[in-house]
Design a protein around this ligand. Structure first.
Ligand code: NDP
Length: 292
């Protein structure tokens, strides 16, 4: 058996086309969706992520604002910029690229972003809303994974879903979303006693660890949907996932490659969240239309 390979670039392009149509409609109604991105420091990977996010915004017909600060900037300057963007009615989404330099209290920075503009979905208020099953913004990577699973018609209710990794940005929100779809969810981590015991039970296996090729074909249930969130740089400079693609694709029913799987969808869902935020603002402006 060879797994179906889920092309994240192609799926992402399709979703972005739909977002661009919605953005154009909103623009015609007088609201241009706008994402503000803050980058602190000179981390090369972060700079690339920010550049890609800004470019994706422009391509989808949305506005973007970029604020770049040196790593020795006073945190107060960044907090002041966030406060200014919170108050700006023309800004619908605010994103602070992580990781921040060590001098920063990252949690405090994320909490300073208005929950109404927190398009990464990391603010405690938005995390709480997600846990309660009433999300305002869904964190982009898990949001993208859910869209991919749904687009492929993967059976969710009653399925055994196993997530490897329990971070706040991927593993935990992923668990909440799968639970909301009535999966039976197991979350594994570095202290899990017998990882393969759990992964072999998974109808849906999500790998979000950051360890190259750690999930091998013998750890996968035949026919499983395997979603590889991991991004790892190998010695030869090439990227690979947390799943050993070559052995896993012989066992799985569906698999995402790295690169070209989950990665493109993360930025796509950032655009989706920014657009949703702008649509809410537009609906508030014209309540009579919104209720039609
Ligand atoms: P974190 O480092 O925050 O979390 C990693 C998780 O993996 C932790 O919960 C850790 O457990 C667990 N873990 C570590 N070692 C093992 C092990 N041997 N067995 C089982 N679990 C283990 O990473 P992130 O969640 O931020 O990211 C995970 C990966 O996904 C990274 O490669 C990252 O680059 C990638 N990523 C990709 C995105 C995309 O767009 N495709 C977006 C975001 C992340 P413990 O909690 O016990 O330490």
């Amino acid at each position: 058996m060879t797994a179906k390979i889920l092309d994240g670039n192609a799926f992402s392009a399709k979703v972005r086309e739909g977002l661009a149509v919605r953005a154009a409609a909103l623009k015609a109604a007088g609201v241009t969706p706008c994402l503000a991105v803050i980058l602190v420091g000179d981390d090369a990977a972060s700079a690339v992520y920010v550049r890609n996010k800004v470019a994706a915004c422009e391509k989808a017909g949305m506005r973007s604002l970029k604020f770049v600060y040196p790593s020795d900037i006073e945190p107060a300057v960044v907090f002041a910029k966030i406060a200014e963007l919170n108050a700006d009615p023309g800004v619908h989404g605010i994103l602070v690229q992580l990781p921040l330099p060590k001098r920063f209290d990252s949690d405090a920075v994320l909490e300073a972003i208005s929950p109404e503009k927190d398009v990464d979905g990391f603010h405690a208020e938005n995390v709480g809303a997600l846990v309660q099953g009433n999300p305002r913004f869904i964190p982009c990577t898990p949001y993208g994974v859910m869209e991919m699973l749904k687009s492929e018609g993967v059976k969710l209710a009653g399925a055994e879903a196993v997530i490897v990794g329990r971070s706040n940005i991927v593993g935990k929100p992923m668990a909440m979303l799968l639970l909301a779809e009535s999966c039976t969810v197991t979350v594994c981590h570095s202290r899990t006693a017998d990882l393969a015991f759990h992964t072999r039970r998974a109808d849906i296996l999500i790998a979000a660890v950051g360890r190259a090729k750690m999930i091998t074909g013998d750890m996968i249930k035949p026919g499983a949907a395997v979603i590889d969130v991991g991004i790892n740089r190998q010695a030869d400079g090439k990227l690979c996932g947390d799943v050993d693609f070559e052995s896993a694709k012989e066992v799985a029913g569906l698999i995402t490659p790295v690169p070209g799987g989950v990665g493109p969808m993360t930025i796509t869902m950032l655009l989706a969240n920014t657009l949703e935020s702008a649509e809410r603002v537009a609906a508030e402006r014209q309540p009579e239309k919104a209720h039609k």
